[in-house]
Design a protein around this ligand. Structure first.
Ligand SMILES: Cc1cc2nc3c(=O)[nH]c(=O)nc-3n(C[C@H](O)[C@H](O)[C@H](O)COP(=O)(O)OP(=O)(O)OC[C@H]3O[C@@H](n4cnc5c(N)ncnc54)[C@H](O)[C@@H]3O)c2cc1C
Length: 377
């Protein structure tokens, strides 16, 4: 059995979840991204993985509405990546004795997990800028749904699509939340970055990829060790955040992502409402504002329920998207990304980035010089 190639495999883990013989495992490749590996001797050749992999979940056309929103509780909002809307949706599902699936850090790895109590919600808050290991989450979601319990599943657009495909369609007790996704970074690059850090050799208690101490517009990477040491560096200086924001450490499939549409299969799509002060001049407290795309009646029902805890306004889709291109457009500079992964085999994260940029600069100068020479001729 052969599944997708590296350019199109998102690493969503659907094949692992559908395999009736448990003979597919996700393993990291040389760049550190999760890819399925099939144990060929155990494979029954049933074709279920291939069928699941090459379908897209059906998504009938519908009207999508977008809101700008933020949580009123300032402390809670500061812990979230944007306006803290995910937390309120999760709390509402937990109020119904439901189960919430989301991503937490386990050591230096981002993993999907599920919780059933509000006290367990904290580790799920905030974006972890790397590809998560989804494990057997889709199977577990199905078990809870069969018990008629509410389930919130939060993940990348490709993971949510995979879940819906796994379940064979939407379920009345399932609330799915995806986000505007820049792309997922390599867990290996994150581990390398940590090993290059003095603090990375200590036991890390807490990691925030979106610390708002210097504000939301200039967010930071922040870590605290077991013995109280603190590291914090903003997005312009921290090498890991830089390699993420410059698209260098992203998965190959993110450069040709099939999920960059407004119309998603999820019930709610969350994102950052960057530069919202250009639309509403009083929205400028730098604590984080969310975009909330309501994709279904169920999404609307949950959004209505959390209204008391948030401030929200309906927004114009075209206008907000001009400030958040990731919803529609994939990163384009795959050449720099490939170079980065070549250099990082031998160099530090910071040096690899510098080398890529130097090469890019040489190319630019070369192109300019060639243009000048042509004009002179
Ligand atoms: C890898 C990544 C890239 C993103 N790129 C963009 C972007 O380009 N533009 C934009 O507007 N927004 C982007 N976001 C979304 C944004 O950062 C916020 O997560 C979103 O706006 C929700 O914010 P919140 O304050 O409501 O909740 P938060 O508390 O921040 O919500 C966090 C939720 O995201 C889930 N999550 C965290 N890390 C991962 C992960 N690695 N994989 C899967 N699920 C995860 C958690 O389970 C949790 O449910 C990205 C998020 C991630 C994880």
């Amino acid at each position: 059995m052969k599944l997708r190639d590296k350019e199109t495999c998102t690493g969503c883990g659907l094949c692992v979840n559908v395999c009736p013989n448990g003979c597919i495992k996700m393993k990291r490749d040389q760049e550190g991204f999760y890819f399925p590996v099939i144990h060929q001797q155990q494979c029954l050749d049933c074709g279920l993985c291939k069928k699941a992999c090459f379908d897209m979940a059906s998504n009938p056309k519908k009207e999508v509405r977008v809101y700008a929103a933020y949580q009123k509780a300032v402390e809670r909002r500061l812990k979230a990546s944007s306006g803290g809307i995910f937390e309120l949706l999760a709390e509402e599902v937990l109020n119904r004795k439901g189960v919430v699936f989301g991503v937490k850090m386990e050591g230096l790895k981002a993993v999907h997990t599920h919780i059933e109590k509000k006290q367990e919600l904290e580790p799920l808050l905030g974006s972890k800028y790397m590809q998560s290991d989804v494990g057997c989450s889709y199977q577990q979601v199905q078990v809870f749904l069969k018990q008629k319990r509410w389930v919130l599943f939060s993940g990348t657009p490709c993971q949510v699509d995979a879940l819906i495909k796994y379940l064979g369609g939407k379920s009345p007790y399932l609330l799915t939340v995806d986000f505007i996704c820049h792309g997922v970074s390599s867990p290996n690059v994150f581990e390398k970055y940590m090993s290059e850090h003095k603090i990375g050799h200590e036991k890390i208690n807490q990691i925030s990829f979106r610390d708002k101490t210097e504000g939301w517009n200039c967010f930071s990477m922040a870590m605290t060790t077991e013995n109280g040491q603190v590291y914090r560096e903003n997005m312009h200086k921290d090498s890991y955040l830089q390699s993420f924001l410059k698209n260098m450490n992203l998965r190959l499939s993110c450069f040709n992502c099939a999920f960059r549409t407004v119309d998603r299969v999820s019930d709610v799509t969350l994102g950052d409402f960057w530069e919202c002060e250009n639309i509403w001049s009083d929205w400028k407290d730098d604590k984080g504002y969310s975009l909330v795309f309501i994709q279904s009646e169920k999404g609307k029902m949950f959004f209505d329920i959390i209204q008391e805890a948030i401030v929200s306004k309906e927004a114009n889709i075209e206008k907000v998207l001009t400030y958040n291109q990731s919803m529609l457009v994939s990163p384009w500079d795959q050449y720099s990304r490939d170079l980065f992964f070549k250099y990082i085999q031998k160099e530090t994260v910071e040096k690899s980035m510098m080398k890529v940029e130097k090469e890019g600069l040489h190319k630019k100068i070369g192109r300019k010089w060639w243009k000048i020479c042509r004009k002179i001729k």
